[in-house]
Design a protein around this ligand. Sequence first.
Ligand code: B1M
Length: 211
Amino acid sequence: MSINDDLYDAIVFGERDQVVEIVQEEVEAGTDVGELLNATMIPALREVGDQFSRGEVFVPEMLVSARAMQAGVDIIEPLLVSAGHKPIARVCIGSVKGDLHDIGKNLVTMMLKGSGFEVDDLGVDCRIEAFEEAVEQGAKVICLSALLSTTRSEMKPVIEHFRDQDVKIVVGGAVITQEFADDIGADGFALDASDAVRAVRESLGLASTAA
Ligand code: B1M
């Protein structure tokens, strides 16, 4: 699918109302919203990150872009998430302690819901106690998200805390690699939101895709 340039620019410049308008138009036109997300929306936010790295924009600009992006994601969420079937399993997800990034985590949540999981979204800056409570309530997999080099070190304490319990831990986020996941003893690693479905299924001993 080609990039929607207007939507791309609206996210880069944090034009929330314009993002809402364009995404609504695309939905009404029957556009594949998964493609819209992957070809236009995620690359636009990545561009903002690159501009931040180059010192061309600062945290406030990143924040308005993130809010504009989330407004678009909120519109497409119901279309990506199917409902009305018995859940495969209950899982919980959270951005690790100290990490306030949540857009990637929200996309993973969306994909897992859309693939038949019941998802307990614990939000950002999650302490071990939050995961503990979710596990007590039946979560069979804990998904951890980290976007910062400084917060990925919060994953290992969670893994160690649950080492002797009947719960799997799958990790992901821009700073996480398969090698890092192996080093900290995670049960799985996912590169992106669709890959998270595969990783969570495999951690539970299920085939990587539904039959
Ligand atoms: Co932040 N930030 N940020 N930021 N931010 C990054 C991550 C950064 C790479 C920007 C840069 O320098 N180029 C950089 C981190 C560098 C590093 O540590 N290596 C950075 C920094 C430095 C910071 C601050 C420290 C800035 C400051 O204050 N000086 C600060 C930290 C705040 C904190 O968390 N304590 C900060 C703040 C913010 C905002 C609040 C302004 C805002 C977040 C708003 C929000 O999330 N509600 C923000 C944003 C928007 C970004 C960028 C631009 C975009 C992140 C994003 O949403 N990407 C980001 C640059 C970038 O990523 N290129 C950046 C889109 C999203 C769809 O991708 O989150 O990677 P991502 O998720 C993917 C995969 O990673 C994976 O699937 C998702 C979907 O495909 N995935 C999982 C994610 N979680 C998973 C969990 C799983 C599985 C897969 O579980 C199984």
